[in-house]
Design a protein around this ligand. Structure first.
Ligand code: ATP
Ligand code: MG
Length: 687
């Protein structure tokens, strides 16, 4: 009696169903346009595998973010629930191998650490830590002094990361992506050698190492086969945004392609700046003999016909031919809006007014999202939302974990986990009064040379200003290092130690303490200190995102997100800020054809997030940051070149507010609308 078992498949269309039921003998590729149900189909496939008796512990599910993995797990549980009832929860709870390549990599590496010459207590550096470490090495090597124009730390790290992820030679990367740094090739090579050496000495891995070490580990025939053998099924969403290392990892796990499923959309490839390559998805079928089965999906379930038509028109102008004609059975809905506003302030007003209108009409705030190319584009809107008391959450930007005091707390835990982590060590030691870089370096050298952290700390003679605080610090680190208190209770211990220092260092200690309480709440959601540090470093939550388990949970809030972070998601109403040349496409890149094409796909990704309503906003003038020393200034802005005149009929043009009737009526750039300062002067002059 298989009828109830497969009931959930009846909601799928023929092609989706073919993918969901695909036998696992050979590899499967689902390549299809936005909103065609790729992610939904993947969830049904996982559910179907479980219902058919697959062991959920042997399913590896790779997603683009931790949020996406959690969302997928929820979906699977719902579907499995329909088929299996009460047993569903246990089955999906066992679906423990789901997450990003990086998070999964960290777990696999830690399990196998001793076999590949790694110390299992390694800590992970986020991009900020990595840049700090590379900077340290840069100074040690004297490059920053002797060579004035030597690339900045962030650029050095970007070059390093690109070379690693693209698996390409340094000179190739320099010529292709960083031509202005090519003269430093020899120095950069020394710098990267020093950086790698420093990481190993300190027992830290950076983001790229997680993929690199994993790929290396899997290239060993035995370790590759053993690790691959742990998983009967490996499924990957958003495959168009994986890089060469990631595809190497997949192929090493499943060399025959048996049990391997990847889904994606080549028209949505937007991560080439992180070395993602659309070739992965295009070349996938040919990697296997016989070649992978390919399923394409043609029906869009997300958007109204008018939104779909406009999105198709935009991507239809791409140089590349994406052969996916999406159609929709949905009906109704108006054209997407192309709203012309005066400037940043007008843009913020427009969005807030429309958002409130939507809410009046019954749409919650959570069903609406504001998307933008660069994180700082939402600044004026954030101010306006705050002024009008509209709660919002920002993704791809809110830097809860970047706050000094939160970083301090995490650094204490990291130092305890791995006393050789110098970036963490420098940070923590300098919290103590009387300890500067020189003393910190001295202590860290001793720790590095000694297997016994307690003994190394005891050999340090604290200066008079530190003497009173030293014993408590020493005991804290030794205690944590020995795991005497246990997780998450030890976080409270760290907080108690840190509190007086926080009050000494910061005037606004009370506010910051509240953050630390929140950090405690987040921490309680993790099974161990190591898991907490790893996951948080790899995929930091937004300060008030629901996954953080904070009070925001029941509240309604508007979503603000970079387009990059909005990938895979959908909202009833979507606003896209700054649809003007210079923002989309951004003028910060080098302006090559490939870059421009990627910006076009980015706009396509933004537009295809919308279900019922879409507003693209074009300020008439914008305040741009001039690169070439000319200072910031207002410039007249042009509508994005991705919406040329001949497709503009797909949109409803709107002027807002209606009084600005065209460029002739707009004040000249830089001219104030009302000269408040002059009025103030006049007022006193009259007296
Ligand atoms: P993207 O390319 O943006 O990641 P996608 O192809 O992954 O999109 P989904 O997010 O899986 O698309 O699906 C888009 C919407 O369509 C979701 O709301 C989903 O629930 C709905 N949907 C998918 N398939 C069906 C179906 N067969 N019947 C009804 N709704 C569906
Ligand atoms: Mg998807």
């Amino acid at each position: 009696d298989s009828a109830p078992v497969t009931a959930h498949l009846a909601t799928l269309n023929v092609d989706q169903r073919r993918a969901a039921e695909h036998a696992s003998e050979g590899p499967l590729l689902v390549i299809a346009g936005a909103g065609s149900g790729k992610t939904a189909t993947l969830a049904h496939r996982v559910a179907q595998l479980i219902v058919e008796g697959a062991d959920p512990r042997r399913i590896l599910l790779l997603t683009f973010s931790r949020r996406a993995a959690a969302e997928m797990a929820r979906r699977v549980e719902r579907i499995v629930g329909q088929a299996m009832g009460a047993k569903a929860q246990a089955a999906t709870a066992a679906l423990s191998w789901s997450g990003t390549f990086h998070a999964v990599g960290a777990r696999l590496l830690r399990e196998r650490a001793p076999e590949i010459g790694l110390d299992p207590s390694f800590t992970i550096h986020d991009r900020g830590d990595s840049a700090d470490l590379i900077n340290l090495v840069r100074h040690e090597l004297g490059f920053s002094k002797t060579a004035k124009r030597f690339p900045l730390k962030a650029t050095c790290l970007a070059i390093y990361s690109r070379a690693v992820n693209e698996q390409a030679e340094l000179d190739v990367i320099l010529r292709k992506v960083y031509p202005w740094c090519a003269e430093w090739e020899a120095e950069l090579r020394d710098l990267f050698a020093g950086y790698v050496e420093a990481k190993q000495r300190q027992n830290v891995l950076d983001y790229d190492d997680l993929l690199l070490y994993l790929a290396e580990m899997l290239s060993d025939p035995d370790l590759g086969a053993e690790t691959g053998g742990r998983f009967d099924h490996v499924l990957v969403d958003e495959y168009q945004d994986t890089n060469r290392l990631q595809s190497r990892i997949l192929l090493a796990l499943k060399p025959t392609g048996r049990g391997l499923t990847v889904v994606g959309d080549d028209a949505q490839s937007i991560y080439s700046f992180r070395a993602a390559t659309v070739r992965n998805i295009l070349d996938f079928p040919g990697e296997f003999r016989p070649s992978a089965d390919i399923v394409t999906l043609a029906q869009n379930y997300r958007s109204t016909p008018e939104i779909l038509a406009a999105s198709n028109a935009v991507i239809g102008l791409a140089a590349e031919r994406y052969t996916k004609d999406l159609w929709t059975a949905r009906q109704g809905g108006g054209k997407p809006v192309l709203a012309r506003v005066l400037d940043d302030a007008g843009q913020a007003d427009y969005v807030v007014d429309r958002v409130l209108e939507n809410r009046e009409a019954g749409m919650t705030l959570k069903q609406q999202a504001v998307l933008f190319r660069a994180s700082h584009h939402s600044g004026p809107l954030e101010i306006e939302l705050t002024r009008r008391n509209i709660p919002f959450v920002k993704f791809g930007g809110l830097k809860f974990l970047d706050a000094q005091h939160v970083k301090d707390m995490l650094a204490v835990l990291r130092l305890a986990e791995n006393p050789r982590d110098r970036v963490a060590g420098f940070r923590v030691l300098q919290i103590l009064p009387g300890i500067g870089p020189a003393n910190a370096a001295l202590i860290l050298d001793r720790i590095e040379d000694s297997p016994d952290t307690a003994a190394a700390l005891d050999r340090f003679m604290p200066p008079a200003t530190t003497a009173a605080d030293w014993p408590a610090f020493r005991d804290l680190i030794v205690n944590l290092n020995a795991r005497q208190t246990g997780w998450p209770a030890e976080l409270e211990q760290v907080r108690q130690w840190y509190e007086p220092h926080l009050e000494r260092i910061h005037d606004d200690a009370a506010v910051r303490l509240a953050d630390l309480v929140q950090l405690g709440q987040i921490a309680s959601g993790y099974a161990s200190r190591e898991r907490f540090l790893t996951e948080l470093t790899l995929d930091p939550p937004g300060a008030t995102s629901d996954e953080a388990g904070v009070p925001m949970l029941d509240e309604d809030y508007l979503i603000l997100s970079t387009i990059h972070s909005a990938k895979g998601q959908e909202w009833k109403s979507v606003f896209v800020l700054n649809c003007i040349d210079g923002c989309i496409p951004s003028d910060l890149g080098t302006g090559t054809t490939e870059e421009i094409e990627e910006e076009r796909r980015l706009l396509y990704v933004a537009m295809t997030r919308a279900r019922d309503a879409l507003d693209l906003i074009t300020p008439q003038r914008c305040y741009v940051h001039q690169q070439a020393r000319r200072g910031d200034r207002h410039v007249l802005a042009q509508r994005t070149r991705f919406i040329p005149d001949h497709i503009v009929d797909h949109f409803e043009a709107r002027l807002w507010p209606a009084v600005i009737a065209g460029p002739g009526h707009a004040p000249a750039p830089g001219t104030p609308r009302i000269d408040v300062a002059a009025r103030m002067r006049q007022r006193w002059a009259a007296k």
